[in-house]
Design a protein around this ligand. Structure first.
Ligand SMILES: NC(=O)c1ccc[n+]([C@@H]2O[C@H](COP(=O)([O-])OP(=O)(O)OC[C@H]3O[C@@H](n4cnc5c(N)ncnc54)[C@H](OP(=O)(O)O)[C@@H]3O)[C@@H](O)[C@H]2O)c1
Length: 242
């Protein structure tokens, strides 16, 4: 099985890549700014007999996405699993964000992922049991007072996934994982007080570990999820039931 995980340099993507490699997948590890982290993971996996290599792209840049798709096609003639996990969550009130910031958030979290999937469809069409998993967010459902463009982009992914699930059936399943607050760099700005307040709102009483979200992604990528398509798996400690 050949899998591309975007945003594999850190956080949820990194844990997902490790789980997929553990399940026997060959890995393409996408990164943006943290090249060294992705290359180090690729070397670590390869040394354990799980072939992996790093690839770079800025999801906000269409030419950069095209270059990455071309680079992947030079190495592989087939892709079985695409995990579109990369994203960024710039905070800001809708009254304060500039137009450029709004556009950049939509480019990184919605238009870039759509472009990436479209560019990779020729590789996915020969997949043995194709899987596309898009990482959205609980904020797609609840909205966000700190990031309307981010929540909008993540909600857009839901419509994209449902449409693709219909159009790519029966060869490729398409699903969404919608994490709630997860302990990665995205929450690095939390003060201890904010973290406490955040956790008090979550029925399970804590934020997720990146591995807990990665487990949901790995399940949807596996043969065990072969009859699941067009759905969203919520991994949020019960803060939203879907
Ligand atoms: N953590 C949470 O609370 C939470 C909650 C809901 C949803 N999510 C979603 O989960 C996914 C993974 O996030 P995470 O929590 O693991 O965050 P993270 O640790 O900050 O990792 C984000 C990943 O996305 C990549 N990335 C960021 N901007 C990019 C760009 N412009 N182009 C290409 N790649 C870019 C980063 O690459 P480099 O490091 O190489 O720059 C990194 O690998 C994201 O889609 C995020 O929106 C996270």
């Amino acid at each position: 099985m050949r899998a591309l995980v975007t945003g594999a340099s850190r956080g949820i993507g990194r844990e997902t890549a490790k789980l997929l490699a553990g399940g026997g997948a060959e890995l393409a590890l996408h990164h943006f700014r943290h090249r060294e982290a992705a290359e180090q993971l690729a070397a670590e996996l390869t040394s354990k007999g799980k072939p992996a290599f790093a690839l770079s792209a800025d999801l906000a840049s269409p030419p950069s996405i095209d270059r990455m798709a071309e680079a992947l096609a030079e190495r592989w003639d087939r892709l079985d699993v695409l995990v579109q996990n990369a994203g960024s969550y710039p905070r800001g009130s809708i009254f304060e964000l500039t137009d450029a910031q709004v556009d950049a958030t939509l480019a990184t979290n919605l238009l870039g992922p759509i472009r990436l999937v479209r560019r990779l469809l020729p590789l996915l069409k020969d997949a043995r049991a194709g899987r596309i998993i898009l990482v959205s967010s609980v904020l797609a459902y609840t909205g966000s007072v700190h990031g309307a463009p981010y929540a909008t982009a993540k909600a857009g992914l839901l419509g994209f996934a449902r449409s693709l699930a219909r159009e790519l059936a029966p060869r490729i399943t398409v699903n969404v994982v919608a994490p709630g607050a997860t302990d990665t760099a995205i929450l690095a700005g939390d003060t201890p007080e904010l973290r406490k307040r955040r956790e008090a709102q979550i029925p399970l009483g804590r934020v997720a570990t990146p591995t807990e979200v990665a487990e949901a992604i790995a399940f949807l990528a596996s043969p065990r999820a072969g009859y699941i398509t067009g759905t969203t798996l919520h991994v949020n400690g019960g803060i939203y039931f879907g």
